[in-house]
Write a protein that binds this ligand. Sequence first.
Ligand code: CTP
Length: 398
Amino acid sequence: MLQGKKVLFGVTSSIACYKAADIARTLVKSGAEVQVIMSANATKLISPMLFEHLTKKRCLTDTFAPSPEMKVEHIAAAQWADVFITAPATANIIAKFANGIADDMLSTTALACRCPRLVAPSMNTAMYENPVTQRNLDRLRDYGYQIIEPAVGLLACGDTGRGKLAEEAEIIEAIEQAVTDKDMYGQRVLISAGPTQESIDPVRFITNHSSGKMGYALAKAAARRGATVTLVSGPCNLEKPFGVETVDVISAADMREEIMIRADMSDIIVMAAAVADYRPAYVANQKIKKDDGGLNIELERTSDILAELGAVRRPGQFLCGFAMETENLLENARGKLARKNIDMIAANSIRVAGAGFGVDTNVITLISAREEAQLPLMSKDDAANEIFDHIMNMRLGY
Ligand code: CTP
C-alpha cells in the first residue's frame, strides 16, 4: 500500500519523538519515500542526522537554510507529498496549524499542503485536555485534518492519563488509509470473522482453527478504501482494525443476532467467519465430571446465517461467503453459492500450501454467476483487496 508513496513527516518536541524514528523506519521498509521536517525544539532532543540515515533524505529544519537545489523548500515539500503526518504533535504545533501560524519550516509547510493531513498529538494530560488544545483540535478537524487520538497510559512526565502517542501500528494504518483511493466511499460493509465457541459446560467449548486473519484483512481493506465497516468478530487474538466498528461475539447464536441487527443497513456483507454448524443441544450448568466410561454430547444445528441472509436479502445488497474445503473445492463451493442464494463465494482449500487457517497468505478462487477467477498465492491483505475489486466491479456492472 505504501510502495512509492511520498510521506511528509513532521516531528516535534514531545518526548515521544524518539518513537518517530521507528515510524520513519517502518515507512521506509514499507516502500515509502519519507521526507522528515523537524521543529527547532525537536532537534534538541534528537539529531536530524538520525532521520537522514533512516530516510536517506536531508532532514528539513530551517525555512531560511540555503537550498542546494535552489528550491523554495516548504512549497516543494508540500507539493511533493501524497500525505502529511505530524507525529508526535505538541500542543504548540497543533495551535500553530489550527491558527495558520507559519513561523518555522514545519508550520509553513503545513499551510502549503493540499494533500491529506494527519496529526498524532502527544503531551501531558492536562495540556491535552485543556479547552484551548481541544478547541484547536476541533478546528483542525474542521479544516480537514485527521486526528490520531492519543492513548491513555503512563506519560514521560510521570502522570498517567490521555496524551500518550498512538501506537505505531495505528499511525501507519492511518497513513495507509489516507493514501488509498476511496473507491468504496459510501458503501456500508458488514464482515464476520474468526471462529465461534459453543459451550459444553462452564469450562469447555467446541470451536475450530479459524484465526480471523482473513476477515480482519477484509475489514482493514474496506476501511482503507473509504467504506463504513462493521466487523462482527468471534474470539480472536488480533488487533482491532483501525477505523472499523468491531463487535465481539462468542457463539454462532450471538453472531447471528449481531449480523441480523445490521444486515438491513448493509450494502455488502462478507461472511468470512467459520461459524459452527453444530452446538451442544444442552449446556450443562455445572462442570461435567469425568467417570470411567466415554461421553456422548448431543449436538444440534445452528442457524445458517448466510443462507438466512440469502433468503431475505434486500435489492442491491451484495452477499459474499467463504467455502473452506478439504476435497472437491470448486464443486462444493458452487453448490454453496446456489444453495445459499449469494452473489460470490471465495473458495479455499486447507490442502493447498499457503492457504487456510492461521497463515498470512491465501489461495482463493472467486466464484460468481459470471466468472470463476483463480487467484495466485498472495497475502491475506492482497486477497482482501482482490475480493473487494471483484465485488465493486460486479456492483458497478463492469
Ligand atoms: N456460515 C454461516 N452460518 C453457519 C455456517 C456457515 O453463515 N452456521 C457461512 C460461513 O461464514 C461461510 C459459509 O457459510 O461464509 C460456509 O458455508 P458452509 O456451507 O456452512 O460451510 P461449512 O461450515 O464448511 O459447512 P459444510 O460442512 O457444508 O461444508
